[in-house]
Design a protein around this ligand. Structure first.
Ligand SMILES: [Mn+2]
Length: 373
């Protein structure tokens, strides 16, 4: 956690809602790019949407203002495909140590910081000090329901967007004064990646006509769907599959078959030779069982900053009339996300956390049933 509580979080909360449009965000970026360097940050452990929206925006800004105009900062670990996706466009790995004297952060000449695909203070631990010192020159582009409005003066938030990349596509098109289906291929490619991964390759309940039209536009701009699928989904290492075997082995189906729960211990990671990053996507597997409505994956890990042991919770709900609001469940564990995909964390040890999560899901199922009837 930060050394001192940030001022903006001790003030009364303000609603995490939009106060700017894509065009207004593009204007702010255009103006800032004439005054100095722009920093782009996103949540720790960037996924396809975080990486894609940061990179797509960075490249659009570069086309506007030249190579020294923008820097992407990531808090690792980053996915294995990151360097291939980035190609010649650089990114920097940062952590809290970088803010110590001599740590390498050079704030000189920065006119704007853009936060993409999150607005959550805890997901920005690696850049908390940076953001805390300059919220008035920060923008947020995000599609999550929960966030800290005070992290940024201007916010383009659209919880109906399937991916942050969907929003960045509109910002990039405005920045470059071009329709989305004429975006440069280097911009369209990471945006397609984020759109595809945040929709489960166009299978999840967040897919609609806008999503498919945007996908079509990005493909017309040169994005290569099968190449990106291979890059992201068919690059596993053996330790990941060994870890998957352990997660599957831990799977328990409870509450009349409606809830699937998996657990991963630190020992599981060590035995498989896997890292935390290797468990991405595991939470989708138990949904293959017909009766399962909600899945939870509980992971034993250490807090990024304090190194204290905690249990990470990742949840998914199937869509349809039996859908369960896992965002509400995650809220009970200091987290959030989306209706059908959310996560949180607890100081409870794995076994107790498992019981608490199952109970919270059952409670939420009753709420959903009450609303349906
Ligand atoms: Mn996202």
């Amino acid at each position: 956690m930060p050394d001192a509580a940030p001022i903006h979080l001790s003030l009364p909360p303000i609603a995490y809602t939009a106060n700017a449009t894509a065009a207004e965000i593009a204007d702010a970026i255009r103006q800032a790019s004439q005054r100095g360097r722009i920093i782009i940050v996103t949540h720790l452990k960037p996924d396809g949407d975080a990486a894609g929206s940061a990179l797509g925006l960075a490249r659009a800004i570069t086309l506007l203002s030249g190579n020294r105009g923008v820097t992407v900062w990531h808090g690792g670990p980053v996915p294995a495909w990151m360097s291939e996706l980035h190609g010649q466009t650089p990114y920097e790995l940062v952590d809290r140590a970088r803010w110590e004297p001599g740590g390498g952060v050079d704030p000189v000449g920065v006119s704007l910081t853009v936060i993409v695909d999150t607005g959550s203070w805890t997901q920005l631990e690696h850049v908390q000090r940076w953001i805390d010192e300059r919220a008035s020159s920060c923008l947020i582009i995000d599609h999550h329901r929960q966030g800290e409005a005070r992290l940024a003066l201007r916010r383009y938030i659209d919880t109906s967007a399937a991916a942050a990349c969907q929003m960045v596509a509109h910002v990039a098109a405005a920045l470059l004064s071009t329709p989305i289906n004429r975006l440069p291929v280097d911009v369209a490619t990471p945006l397609y990646l984020g759109l595809a991964t945040d929709t489960g390759w166009f299978r999840h309940s967040n897919v609609n006509g806008d999503v498919m039209r945007l996908a079509a536009d990005l493909i017309e701009s040169g994005a290569n769907p099968s190449g990106l699928y291979q890059l992201v989904e068919q690059q596993d290492r053996l330790p990941r599959l060994k870890l998957l075997a352990r997660a599957m082995d831990s799977l328990e189906i409870v509450n009349d078959g409606t809830i699937g729960v998996m657990t991963l211990t630190k020992r599981d990671f060590a035995s498989a030779g896997a890292t935390l990053n290797d468990s991405g996507g595991f939470v989708d597997f138990p949904a293959l069982i017909a009766s399962v409505r909600v899945v939870a994956l509980l992971t034993e890990t250490d807090d990024f900053a304090t190194r204290q042991s905690l249990t990470k919770i990742s949840m998914r709900s199937k869509s349809g009339k039996n859908a369960v609001d896992v965002n509400a469940v995650a809220g009970k564990f200091g987290g959030g996300g989306h209706f059908a995909a959310a996560g949180g964390r607890t100081a409870l040890a794995l076994t107790e956390a498992k019981q608490a999560v199952i109970e919270a899901i059952i409670q939420q199922m009753r709420v959903s049933q009450g609303q349906a009837s």
